[in-house]
Design a protein around this ligand. Structure first.
Ligand code: DGL
Length: 271
């Protein structure tokens, strides 16, 4: 067995969003350990420039590699749209990299829908990454996209199951652009936290595509192909880092990870 097998998977996002993917990874591959970085000091990424996100992503990638990551999963759509190709060029020889957008595009392409919606941050939507992917992989599908910038701050502030979140969700999803869609892609890893309200808005009639499980399955395949799956002989503890402590991050991380006994540290990598 390759000694890299026992190393953790590095996962990053601007905040709690990537925890939705991290959680799916642990459900599908309980033997894998994780080193997670939530860049809470720079949250939200969706309003930042491409250049800023590339710089954050580089520094976080260095940090995760420094913690022994055998693969870097960019568990953030905004960073996947802005920085994936740059990171691949710069770190591709050193470490495996996976984004959260390509696996979802491949998945939706198999469904042969005629009209699909995608919602995400301003950065993700204006980047056109989903459009380009659909043009290449899913020619028969019309993709309509809508930026929903209030959703990340709303979720990070803990407004999830209340009148405020319902009003915001309803207002966005009532946009004419999204009329007649057969599926809605949640193009932000924070959105699975409000997936239920979104499905409810559509009376559970359309497929709401959440990247967490799709990406975790792709990760499993990638680790398998590269003979990097952890066979469970040596278990290491999951580690969670944030660039700025927030009680909300801790609460959500405890909610997602069994026992709630998580190893959380502040890593001020910016100073
Ligand atoms: N969860 C991230 C995404 O998928 C980041 C959102 C943000 O920080 O704006 O885009």
């Amino acid at each position: 067995m390759n000694s890299l097998n026992n190393k953790p998977v590095g996962v990053f996002d601007s905040g709690v969003g990537g925890l939705t993917v991290a959680h799916a990874i642990k459900q599908i591959m309980p033997d894998e350990s994780l080193v997670y970085f939530g860049d809470t000091a720079h949250l939200p990424y969706g309003d930042k420039s491409e250049g800023a996100i590339i710089n954050y992503s580089r520094k976080i990638t260095d940090f995760l590699i420094g913690h022994g990551a055998k693969l870097i999963l960019i568990a953030c759509n905004s960073a996947s749209a802005s920085a994936y190709s740059v990171l691949k060029n710069e770190y591709g020889e050193q470490v495996l990299l996976l984004d959260v957008i390509s696996p979802v595009i491949d998945y939706v392409a198999t469904k042969k829908y005629s009209r699909v919606g995608v919602i995400g941050t301003k950065r993700t939507i204006t980047s056109g990454t989903y459009e380009m992917g659909f043009k290449e992989k899913s020619r028969g599908t019309e993709l309509v996209s809508l930026a929903t910038p209030l959703l990340v701050p709303m979720i990070e502030e803990g407004f999830i199951f209340d009148d405020i979140s319902n009003a915001i969700i309803r207002t966005y999803l009532s946009d004419k652009k999204l009329e007649g869609i057969q599926a809605l892609v949640l193009g932000c890893t924070h959105y699975p936290l409000i997936r239920n309200q979104i499905s409810k808005f559509y009376n559970f009639d359309i497929e709401v595509v959440d990247s967490a499980r799709i990406v975790a399955l792709e990760l499993k395949e990638m680790l398998g192909k590269n003979k990097l799956l952890n066979k469970g002989e040596i278990k290491t503890e999951d580690k969670f880092f944030v660039s700025d402590y927030t009680t909300y991050f801790e609460k959500i991380a405890r909610m997602f990870f069994e026992g709630g006994d998580i190893n959380l540290e502040v890593a001020d990598i910016w100073n």
